[in-house]
Write a protein that binds this ligand. Sequence first.
Ligand code: FAD
Length: 393
Amino acid sequence: GKGLLPADFYSFEEMLTDSEREKIERVREFLATQAAPLVDDYWARAEFPFQLVEGFGRLGLVDWADPDSAESKPSNLLSGFLALEFAHADASLATFSGVHTGLAMGSILACGSEEQKRRWLPAMSRFEKIGAFGLTEPHGGSDVAGGLRTTARRDGDGWVLDGAKRWIGNATFADLVVIWARDTETNHVLGFVVEKDTPGFTATKIENKMALRIVQNADIVLDGCRVPEANRLQNANSFKDTAGILRQTRSGVAWQAVGVMFGAYEIALQYAKEREQFGRPIGGFQLVQDLLVKMLGNATASCGMVTRLAQLQDAGIYRDEHSALAKAYCTVRMRESVGWARELLAGNGIILDYKVGRFVADAEALYSYEGTREIQTLIVGRAVTDGLSAFVK
Ligand code: FAD
């Protein structure tokens, strides 16, 4: 145990405590032995490896979220390293886990009543019930605060949801889907937990994706979908509450981007040492070393950034613009780095067997989801100009 990843050039992982590092080791072992052998095949077929879900539960990553658990919430630094570790193995599995734990469970943790937490979180924390998070709509995801069209109409002791959602990860099989909808009376955005098989709810798999093919994204239709008041997240009162969840999960995507950079660098490094041209390993050529060192620089700078971000989170003093900058910066560096890794593998860089191709494709989704680079930029731009908002219509 206790080996560092080859890309962890500055030994960032050593900032974790011994028991935190043991958790990372357990996850690393699970991913290497159980997940890694499956991902290329499932990615190629755009299927989800359900046989891994029980193992995810056994890792105990979110046991702390069970209201009856004695465990306390892990540090943001540990959560970040866990996201890194998943993405280092496979960005799709990192996304599956991020959607379930960060977005779906995160919504219930942040906006659910005590009763709602007790009702849903125990099974979710063990991955026995899987969650999804339905915010984006077919007409667009960037203007989601002002442009959200799905409606919630109060009707007796419940609510009727009408509208459509797009891109919703895990939703084809999720037991619980958090749906964000606009109250027809107050115009405020509210959150609802829609349980599987609720009449009026349908989720159709989006086919032919060229990225994160293991993640099952869905188009959702809500057609007179009736949910009881008990399923309305009691502490979600406006889009501000939704934004608070995204602030957390966006920093998670920045960590995932670091994981992808670490993974792609490792593959490139190994290949550079083994592949021979002109009678010697290509890793001995200056131009190949240049690619490796640029990748290592991107990964190290980004890891430093998210590490400090996690410290700000742990201190409770981070703001939307902090996670927005990290999400934008790290995904740009990731996109550049996976391109260099692919360049280093040349022809083999475009074939799934050599794994870099999967990272290149998956990077495109991380780059755009949870808010595009442009949107993150406008969040940071507004903050640094003391509120000159480019969002104002
Ligand atoms: P658009 O909003 O149509 O944007 C198109 C382009 O216009 C982008 O380049 C954008 O940056 C640019 N643009 C828009 N406004 C501005 C502006 N003011 N200034 C400059 N440029 C601008 N959503 C969920 O709710 N739940 C999920 O589980 C989920 N999972 C996803 C998984 C995948 C694989 C993908 C691809 C998406 C997922 N999403 C999910 C949706 C994701 O968050 C959106 O795709 C994203 O927010 C961008 O929205 P859009 O694709 O509709 O692009």
